[in-house]
Design a protein around this ligand. Sequence first.
Ligand SMILES: C[S@@+](CC[C@H](N)C(=O)[O-])C[C@H]1O[C@@H](n2cnc3c(N)ncnc32)[C@H](O)[C@@H]1O
Length: 224
Amino acid sequence: MAAIKKIVIVMDATNNTTDFHWSALEVQMRAYAHEAHVPIIVDEGLALLEQIIRIQRPSKILEIGTAIGFSAIRMHQVCNSQIYTIERNQDMICLAKKNIQASGFAAQIHLIEQDALEAFDSVKNKKFDLIFIDAAKAQYTKFFEIYTPLLTNRGIVITDNMSFHGLLDPKEYENQSRSVKGLIRKLLSYRKFLLDHDNYDTTIFEIGDGIAVSVKKDEYANHK
Ligand SMILES: C[S@@+](CC[C@H](N)C(=O)[O-])C[C@H]1O[C@@H](n2cnc3c(N)ncnc32)[C@H](O)[C@@H]1O
């Protein structure tokens, strides 16, 4: 059986996204995501996420929104972090399991097959250095509130899709359907929630589809 044991990722310090060396599994996963319209993280956002992982060297990462396991595998590869990743969609779970198995990292990437709104008990005994939020956009504030109590001191929350494909531009609003308008309002409210949060310093980078990096303040930062 030709399981791929090791995926080699090489990215230069300039984050040149054209300079990756893809393994067969990654090529396959990207092709599948493209064909089946599974929204995996875009390269520029991934480059920022991976660089933060290189700097922080998290021992445990919690991901909300596994899809086919692409970002979970990539995050693990950066510095061998243990990954706990939550997915509720059965088709995605099935594909993620296969991909994680094929990556050779099944012992380090733990797939939690639940709705993230109900999965707190599955991880409540763990502490995470980094939480990556990349699931239903309407629930971002809830995910943040449920899981940040598990964040270590000066832990980091990274949230994808903060630009929502450019739809947060006020000029775009009126042309959207009712449901998209609802999502836009929820994302704008989440942006404000993050930026106003007393316990986190947040910067939103207009990279990829918009990446929010929220760093938990330590006790000294809180007394400034
Ligand atoms: C954008 S995709 C994740 C992409 C993945 N992080 C990557 O970059 O490779 C979002 C995934 O979150 C899942 N999802 C959405 N809401 C969820 C929830 N409440 N609980 C668990 N999974 C959820 C969806 O089924 C979907 O597979």
